[in-house]
Design a protein around this ligand. Structure first.
Ligand code: IDP
Ligand code: MG
Length: 156
């Protein structure tokens, strides 16, 4: 089981797309184990996007991410990191495939609705950055045995 960090960016919140995007993850069988709305501080944005410091879009990205509230989520499932990245689609809304979140709901290259951790290391780092201890709650789902085949040693 993996948990990934998803952020519904200010454009997703402002455009009223939170419910539709969350539904896609729930419909897939992924489990929302943490969720909170927050206004990202410039310091937090800078830490989160430190790898992009110095790139031409960096200042605009930090301004965008701090401009209005976001919904931060911890999303759990087998292979959740890669599954969420696939569901998000390519970085640019103009290029993202139909059927993906970015491909279906946006057209902009910078206002691209959603962030998702790009690997296990980032997932751990980003969860620690955005959630305090106890805010991620890995509760048991009553229907887990119909979402995964639990008859073996690992969920299939
Ligand atoms: P990702 O979100 O798909 O992982 P990254 O390359 O890590 O894409 O870039 C982080 C974020 O920076 C993107 O989601 C997007 O909001 C913004 N961004 C990346 N490249 C550009 C660009 O060329 N122009 C404007 N914004 C960009
Ligand atoms: Mg990235």
């Amino acid at each position: 089981m993996e948990t990934t960090l998803i952020i519904l960016k200010p454009d997703a919140v402002q455009r009223g797309l939170m419910g539709k995007i969350i539904s896609r993850f729930e419909d897939k069988g992924l489990q929302i184990v943490g969720a909170k709305m927050m206004l990202i501080s410039p310091e937090l944005a800078a830490t989160h996007y430190k790898d992009h410091l110095g790139k031409p879009f960096y200042e605009g990205l930090v301004r965008f991410m701090t401009s209005s509230p976001v919904l931060v989520m911890a999303v759990r499932g087998v292979g959740a990191i890669e599954i969420c990245r696939k569901m998000m689609g390519a970085t640019f809304g103009s290029k993202a495939d139909p059927g993906t979140i970015r491909g279906d709901f946006g057209i902009s290259n910078s206002y691209n609705l959603i962030h998702g951790s790009d690997g296990p290391e980032a997932a751990t780092r980003e969860q620690e950055l955005f959630f305090k201890a106890g805010e991620i709650i890995p509760y048991e789902r009553g229907n887990e045995g119909w979402i995964y085949d639990l008859t073996g040693s690992t969920p299939e």
